[in-house]
Design a binder for this molecule. Structure first.
Ligand SMILES: O=P(O)(O)OC[C@H]1O[C@](O)(CO)[C@@H](O)[C@@H]1O
Length: 243
């Protein structure tokens, strides 16, 4: 595990964008695993600037997102498809045929999970998986539980996760109760993982995830078993970590 601490959000964003664009420059047909939430916003903005400056192209790149809410109407501004469109896809040369998210509106959600796993298998290995972490240690929407699932599945979101994400909606009632998420097995299969963590409120959970016991009570703790884990933290989130 390689931990890097950054003094400014800008420095962190640029370093993370360096890692992603460096991979795409070396391997234009790379498969990227992407995340949503507040954490990656500045990283996507940096990738868009690089694209606009002609420094990187995504024409041959494939992307897979970690998760999607169940039941948000198509085009809802808080769906993760809309988030990805608005923060990255529409600004660069990534078209829908190259960008995959689970469909949270599929009539048969179980079948949709199987379809997503087949797409993932067909694409080969994710070369770089970008991850944030929830306050309870979730990655993707793999919530703490007595057991974790390997493949894509339906999850009931924890009340604390819905409360944390309510800031993006008009009210807590509007936050979906369920989501589809890539499983822990799919995440750990990625060749490299970049975990990004920002803010004092994440200092304890990232410390617990990376230095505490490996347990399904803290899904991110399984990242300790990954052979090529990069952890980028700001100084507040990294307060308890040695880097
Ligand atoms: O980056 P945030 O908004 O703190 O969210 C934490 C994590 O929870 C999720 O929103 C759930 O998928 C992730 O996308 C994110 O990495």
């Amino acid at each position: 595990m390689k931990i890097r601490k950054f003094e400014t959000q800008e420095a962190l964003n640029e370093a993370a964008a360096d890692l992603i664009s460096g991979l795409v420059l070396r391997n234009p047909a790379a498969v990227l695993g992407l995340a949503t939430g507040s954490t990656p916003v500045g990283i996507y903005a940096s990738l868009v600037r690089r694209y606009e400056a002609g420094l990187v192209r995504f024409k041959q790149t494939t992307t897979f997102n970690l998760d999607e809410y169940v039941g948000l109407p198509a085009g809802h501004p808080e769906s993760y498809r809309s988030y990805m469109q608005n923060h990255l896809f529409k600004h660069v040369d990534l078209v829908p045929e190259q960008t995959f998210l689970p469909d949270g509106n599929a009539a048969d959600l179980e079948a949709e999970c199987r379809r997503y796993d087949e797409l993932l298998a067909g694409a080969g290995r994710i070369n770089l998986q970008l991850l944030g972490i929830g306050h309870n240690g979730h990655i993707g929407f793999n919530e703490p539980d007595h057991a974790l699932l390997s493949g894509t599945h339906i999850v009931e979101l924890k009340p604390s996760t819905r409360e944390a994400n309510a800031r993006f909606f008009q009210s807590l009632d509007e936050v979906p109760t369920h989501a589809l998420t890539m499983g822990i097995g799919s995440i750990l299969k990625a060749e490299s993982i970049l975990l990004v963590v920002r803010g004092a409120d994440k200092a304890e959970i990232v410390h617990r995830a990376l230095t505490g016991p490996i347990t399904t009570d803290c899904p991110a703790s399984l990242l300790q078993t990954h052979a090529d884990l990069h952890v980028y933290v700001d100084s507040e989130a990294g307060r308890l970590l040695d880097a």
